[in-house]
Write a protein that binds this ligand. Structure first.
Ligand SMILES: [Zn+2]
Length: 249
């Protein structure tokens, strides 16, 4: 079973030394085609960006190269866009869901609460949802908690997919934000999106600085990562060197 951990969008850290960071998008082979966790930006964001996306790219010093779009990268890996049958989203923010229009035939798995946050935003961080990413009418499959657990987290397993894939609600950054756990040969890949600082920087300064935007999950996730070496945790945004290492077989 192969998992590619790809960078779906590059931007600049907003503080010195202004390192570039990428957006983690995992592409997994499953029993039912390819499954993609988060999409980064899509081709439309480079060629015909919305006003919101233009502003976002300017503020974030985005790398404006459509070859970074996941749909281009997976073609270079030897797959076809139609091979992506499932997309699982940590949340609907514009830098995580921008590639949805590139995969109109995929089933899009999302936590119900995140869908509701998009429809009825209640806080500042529920505004950066770009409606152009959903205009094509994604094939939503909404999930709600039904009493299952992944480790000691309330979670929902995506039925019918092997290896196991779980949506793990980690509310805070947005109300319906989730981590996504994918079973691997040696344990789990746990993509926790924007519930932790970029690069999994768990030092007190980063945690304090970002607490208003990433929410309250950091202490729990930090302790969980420390006590479960078989779980490989990755943040939603990692340094470019991280992605370079991922390319090395
Ligand atoms: Zn976000």
């Amino acid at each position: 079973m192969t998992i590619h951990v790809l960078n779906g969008f590059s931007k600049r850290l907003p503080w010195p030394p202004y390192r570039k960071i990428g957006a983690v998008c995992s592409l997994a082979e499953t029993n039912d085609g390819l499954l993609l966790v988060d999409t980064g930006l899509g081709l439309g964001d480079y060629h015909n960006p919305s006003r919101m996306m233009r502003d976002f790219m300017a503020v974030m010093h985005a790398v404006r190269d459509p070859e970074i779009a996941i749909v281009r990268q997976l073609t270079r890996l030897g797959y076809q866009p139609a091979d992506v049958r499932h997309i699982v989203l940590t949340h609907l923010h514009l830098d995580h869901a921008g590639g949805l229009p590139d995969f109109p035939h995929a089933t899009v798995h999302l936590f119900q609460r995140e869908y509701e946050a998009w429809k009825r935003p209640r806080k500042l961080l529920e505004i950066p949802y770009d409606k152009s990413h959903f205009a094509h009418g994604p094939r939503w499959q909404l999930h709600r908690l039904e009493g299952e657990r992944w480790y000691d987290f309330d979670a929902v397993r995506i039925a019918g997919i092997q290896p196991e894939v779980w949506l793990v609600p980690l509310a805070g950054h947005t109300s319906g934000h989730c981590g996504v756990a994918i079973e691997t040969e040696t344990g789990w890949l746990f993509q926790v999106g924007d519930a932790v600082p970029a690069n999994l920087q768990f030092d007190w300064f980063s945690v304090l600085l970002y607490r208003p935007t990433i929410g309250a999950q950091v202490p729990r996730l930090k302790a969980f990562a420390a006590s479960h070496p078989e779980v490989r945790m990755v943040a939603g945004h990692m340094g470019l060197d991280f992605f370079e290492k991922e390319k090395t077989p």
